[in-house]
Design a protein around this ligand. Structure first.
Ligand code: DGJ
Length: 550
């Protein structure tokens, strides 16, 4: 596993790509509790789009790339199914992967590949038929009464051996066709693992392991939510949480073997994604309310302990409640677990979440179901399948971040970025920026105040439902790059100035960064354009703002 740490003084140099670093495979670099995904020698911002589940065939790809182009996405997430690369045991066919990689290069896109194998939304549906219908060789989990579950057991030795072998074969193939090209930048191993309706495997092997002492590395990484014995078997240490935590350990241990074998062939960053549990309600033991054993926020420590070759446990955002999104993002972003959102709904309200996620310094984000195969996963996503509905809402934000993606990724790595998305309550939000505070408000016209008697009562177009988002990078104490949509930003000193003193805009330049990262001013905002704060409409622009004091 390759993973680098930088000391703080070296951080400034991190953006400079050298000939040696360009040859390096994509990898994660850690510094000061933050992480960057380095691709070709510099931090990379994933402006991702995930294709629909069954778009993983060459005949479908023609309906995938145009959606990415229209959205201004730079990275496609798409499945590689075990059933398609090893339909007959031991006979691998990577022709789809070859086509995919070649087309990604033609379209100038990177790839994050999703290994759909023993678990896809917990089910073995994507395992080859020779696996999923042979309960003798590839056992299913059983409940307390010995009744088989739909789910494969993480204790199936032949299941693990076969899954591991297939994933390693895929990674060896990628090493041959892409080892020096870096089209593929990340791998997801399995998909939304865990089990619905059964807390863990009660088969003989599982039961024996459950009764053994909790491994020391788990004890070191995963505190018990309720204090019990400091060591002992799973029940003794984790009490009512023991079954779920044990299942997380069992699945994470399985994934570790798959990831490790794959990375021995081609060492790319690896992540697992999660069908979330409620992030707002107080933590409680599993009660059939989420997929037990998946990398939910409360068991990230177990995944860290059991799966050191898995870099990231990542949240899939499909609950639109802003309190859930806030709490989830906060819980998944940890010094040992970089924030990366590999899936979120493509419903239009989610476009504003891009500003929040990228402002928090995430490696990237990817709406799900982005292709023109005319499938939509309503009610998680939209009802309609038109580009106008599933792709276009994201395009403006992706266009602005895309125009400064390497810079934004570097600033995020340096801890300079912040972001908010309009909440369901539609209230103002504030961002602390050293000596300044940014107040972000929503449903504002570009001119005037809501408090004016003659102020229009009609909502500005496009703000009928929460749609606002703002992202800010602080380049220097008084200097900011700000972008956003459907939002007003006001900057004021964090501490009230002494009598007779004040603060005002020095410059509010609208412009863009050129291909070398140099700022190109197009105009300076003043007068009506700044008297009522910095007002972002449906079409985001980039502002370079400098504040001054008198
Ligand atoms: C989350 C899964 O990870 C995706 O593969 C997909 O099934 C969506 N849910 C629902 O469309």
């Amino acid at each position: 596993m390759r993973s680098f740490s930088l000391c703080a003084t070296a951080l400034a140099l991190a953006g400079a790509a050298s000939a040696a670093s360009v040859a390096e495979a994509p990898h994660l670099v850690h510094a000061a509790g933050r992480t960057a995904l380095f691709v070709d020698g510099a931090p990379y911002l994933v402006l991702g789009a995930q294709a629909n589940n069954s778009s993983n065939y060459p005949a479908m790809l023609g309906k995938v790339w145009p959606a990415l182009e229209d959205m201004h996405a730079n990275t496609l997430e798409i499945p590689v199914a075990w059933e398609q690369v090893e339909p007959v045991e031991g006979r691998f066919d990577f022709s789809y992967v070859d086509t995919l990689v070649a087309q990604a290069r033609e379209h100038g896109k990177h790839l994050a590949l999703l290994w759909f194998a023993a678990w896809k939304n917990t089910s073995p549906a994507y395992a080859p038929e020779w696996v999923k219908f042979d309960n003798q060789r590839f056992p299913r989990m059983v409940d307390r009464d010995g009744k088989a579950s739909y789910c494969l057991s993480p204790f199936g030795e032949e299941t693990l051996a076969a899954d591991r072998k297939a994933f390693a074969a895929l990674m060896s193939h990628l090493a041959q066709i892409d080892g020096s090209r870096h089209t593929v930048i990340m791998m997801q191993v399995e998909n939304e693992v865990g089990t619905y309706g059964l807390v863990r495997d009660f088969g003989a092997k599982a039961q024996a392991a459950f009764e053994r002492p909790v491994p020391a590395e788990v004890l070191a990484h995963q505190p018990a939510p309720v204090k019990h014995a400091a060591s002992g078997n799973w029940r003794e240490v984790y009490g009512d949480y023991a079954d779920e935590y044990f299942h997380a350990w069992a699945i994470a241990s399985y994934i570790e073997q798959v990831a490790r074998a794959g990375r021995a062939a081609l060492d790319l960053p690896v992540y697992v994604n999660n069908a979330l549990r409620d992030a707002v309600e107080p933590l409680a033991p599993w009660k059939a309310d989420f997929a037990s054993g998946g990398p939910t926020y409360d068991v990230i420590g177990i995944y860290k302990a059991a799966a050191p070759h898995v870099d990231i446990a990542a949240p899939d955002l499909y609950n639109p409640a802003s309190a859930q999104i806030d709490a989830t993002l906060a819980k998944f972003q940890r010094p040992d677990n970089p924030l990366w959102v590999p899936e979120m709904s493509h419903a239009p309200g989610y476009a504003r979440i891009v500003y929040d996620v990228l402002g928090r310094g995430a490696l990237g984000v990817a709406p799900f179901g982005i292709d023109y195969t005319t499938y939509t996963n309503f009610p998680l996503g939209t009802k309609e399948t038109a580009s106008r509905v599933i792709v276009e809402p994201f395009a403006p934000a992706y266009a602005v971040f895309g125009s400064m993606d390497r810079l934004w990724a570097k600033w995020a790595f340096e801890g300079r970025t912040h972001g908010v998305a309009e909440g369901d309550d539609r209230k103002d939000q504030s961002i602390t920026l050293g000596p300044w505070t940014a107040t972000v408000s929503f449903q504002e016209w570009q001119f005037g105040e809501k408090s004016w008697p003659n102020h229009p009562t009609a909502q500005p177009p496009g703000t009928e439902t929460p749609s606002g988002g703002v992202a800010i990078a602080q380049l220097a104490p008084d200097e900011f790059v700000i972008t956003g949509q459907h939002a007003r930003v006001r900057l004021a000193p964090a501490q009230p100035p002494a009598a007779g003193h004040g603060a005002m805009f020095a410059r509010v330049e609208e412009g863009h960064f050129d291909a070398t990262g140099q700022w190109v001013m197009e105009r300076n905002w003043n007068g009506d354009q700044t008297d009522w704060g910095l007002n972002f409409t449906a079409t985001p622009v980039i502002l370079k703002v400098r504040m001054g004091r008198y």
